[in-house]
Design a binder for this molecule. Structure first.
Ligand code: ADE
Length: 232
């Protein structure tokens, strides 16, 4: 999979060299390229923003540097992702969809955002998705892009060593994951639930299912059908 990132802060993405993503790059599973938007700003100050038409606070990213950069970066069947608090919600389902793509391009906006015509132009030519991580506001798209890249990359076959570890995770089965424990069996007076030490695989399975369900009901009832949410 190829991932392109357009940003005025390329250094944000230096951390993609480490951990699983870095290994996946080294092994050729991911081809990640970071592009500095200012390389397409041709005035002396490498300006990428200007004041908003119609007035208002803050600055807006100018369309020309985006056009020049995205024309050069977007391949034939690429999907353009624009991180934005005004986008659709990024979920595990979206991550799975994106994991099947050949090329994903992230357009990381700063300031008040990118001139709307950039999105309109590329939406007319190909696929564009505005994506929000959640109902809060970040300073720009970089941190959101990083989160999405990690969520998508680990679903690309071969990136995560043991694919079974992906199956039971929170959100893959529509529930939150059950609590997990390792040695020692007793720590600071907190005991590992005895069923996990019982060797009874059926009982362990049942306990985990119950825990997933109870945790979801307590913390994220919105994930459950209404008749299973219980009171609260
Ligand atoms: N940019 C600013 N806030 C954001 C959010 N919540 N999700 C995605 N991109 C953003």
């Amino acid at each position: 999979m190829r991932v392109d990132i357009v940003t005025i802060f390329p250094a944000f993405f230096d951390v993609l060299d480490v951990s699983l993503i870095g290994k996946a790059r080294d092994r050729g599973l991911l081809d990640v390229r970071v592009h500095d938007l200012r390389d397409a700003a041709h005035d002396r100050h490498r300006t990428v923003d200007d004041t908003p038409y119609g007035g208002g606070a803050g600055m807006v990213m100018k369309p020309e540097p985006w056009g020049e950069t995205l024309d050069a970066v977007l391949g034939e069947d690429a999907v353009l992702i624009v991180p934005s608090p005004a986008g659709e919600r990024f979920t595990q389902r979206v991550a799975r969809e994106l994991a099947d793509e050949r090329q994903i391009v992230f357009a990381c906006g700063r300031y008040e955002g990118i001139d709307q015509r950039v999105v309109d132009h590329y939406a007319a030519r190909g696929r564009v998705r505005l994506m929000s991580l959640g109902d809060y506001v970040l300073n720009g798209g970089e941190v959101a892009a990083m989160a999405m890249i990690e969520a998508v990359a680990r679903l690309v076959p071969g990136v995560v060593g043991n694919p079974e570890s992906l199956v039971e995770e929170s959100h893959e089965i529509g529930l939150l994951e059950y609590p997990i424990y390792t040695k020692p069996a007793s720590w600071r007076g907190h005991e590992v639930p005895p069923v996990l030490l019982s060797g009874n695989h059926g009982a362990v399975e049942r306990w985990r299912r119950e825990q997933s369900f109870e945790r979801t009901r307590r913390l994220r009832p919105d994930l459950l059908p209404e008749d299973l949410r219980g009171e609260s």
